[in-house]
Design a binder for this molecule. Structure first.
Ligand SMILES: Nc1ncnc2c1ncn2[C@@H]1O[C@H](COP(=O)(O)OP(=O)(O)O)[C@@H](O)[C@H]1O
Ligand SMILES: [Mg+2]
Length: 266
């Protein structure tokens, strides 16, 4: 079988070519194969598991988490178990890691519940409100997830209700270390995706236009969005704040402004 086809992720393919996946792929041959292949991104490849009720993911350890959150001393947990605990604290925003099935120096394998795809054309106000609460929750705890694109969210059905969860948290990292932000533009990916979700519920006709503005968001872009008055005032205020202090977006102030957006959803 050609593993290139089912791994897709350039990072996993490189590990494969270096011979680091030989052991794990033969051990999991019944689970990691073309027949069960579901999808792949930059860091992981996913496979249907437990008759399609779950997803099994093989993920590289090159993800930000393992670089930025070192293994705690005096802990009995392995590094992947530590990752699992960190993710589980973020329930109900992040889809829990169900089980860790394997771990070595290069990759780990874990399971999650299978989700339905989130389609931007079907996103609801409640879902967008939850995404805002999620960003607030994470920022308050000095946690950053930059890739909040629709293809990283899934839906789980509960009593005929669709609940949204982020199932890809592979880029989890701290915003600041010792009081210093690791990246001054940490907020950019967040704002880009929040604007996408806001335009999906408030001004669908402008999705493409606002997406373009967000490619390089600045004061000029802010002025255009402000003048059109299609997005709610608390969100416009947040856009004003980040576009006028692009190199100096304070986490606390960012959270306060997010809170106003959350209130506006009630
Ligand atoms: N819980 C899940 N339910 C359904 N599909 C999933 C789930 N997790 C991942 N996938 C599929 O696998 C792909 C890759 O997984 P993802 O966690 O996004 O890894 P990456 O960090 O490589 O983007 C996703 O784009 C999606 O198609
Ligand atoms: Mg992904």
């Amino acid at each position: 079988m050609s593993y290139q086809k089912i791994l897709h992720s350039p990072e996993l393919i490189q590990l494969y070519q270096q011979g680091h996946l030989f052991k794990v792929l033969s051990k999991f041959a019944d689970h990691i194969n073309q027949e069960k292949y579901l999808g792949a991104g930059t860091h992981a490849a996913s496979f249907r598991h437990k008759k399609g009720r779950e997803v099994l993911k093989i993920c590289t350890k090159k993800i930000s988490y393992f670089q930025h959150f070192p293994l705690l001393e005096h802990s009995r947990d392995t590094h992947a178990q530590q990752f699992q605990k960190q993710i589980d604290i973020c329930y109900p925003y992040l889809l829990p890691v169900k089980n860790i099935l394997y771990e070595d120096n290069y990759v780990f394998i874990y399971t999650q519940k299978l989700c339905h795809r989130l389609s931007i054309s079907k996103i609801t106000r409640e879902m967008v409100a939850k995404i805002f609460r999620m960003v607030h929750f994470l920022t308050e705890r000095n946690l950053l997830l930059t890739d909040l694109a629709p293809n990283n969210f899934g839906l789980r059905e509960k009593r005929k209700h669709h609940r949204i969860f982020l199932y890809d948290y592979h880029d989890l990292q701290p915003i600041s270390v010792d009081g210093k932000q690791l990246r001054t533009n940490w907020w950019k990916g967040i704002i880009k995706n929040l604007t996408l979700y806001m335009s999906a519920i408030y001004c669908r006709q402008n999705i493409k236009k606002y997406e373009k503005i967000m490619e390089n968001f600045n004061q000029e872009g802010y002025q255009i969005i402000k003048k059109e008055r299609l997005l709610p005032p608390p969100y416009i205020k947040l856009l004003y704040y980040v576009s006028s202090h692009p190199q100096n977006v304070n986490e606390e102030r960012f959270c306060q402004l997010l809170e106003k957006c959350v209130e506006n959803f009630r």
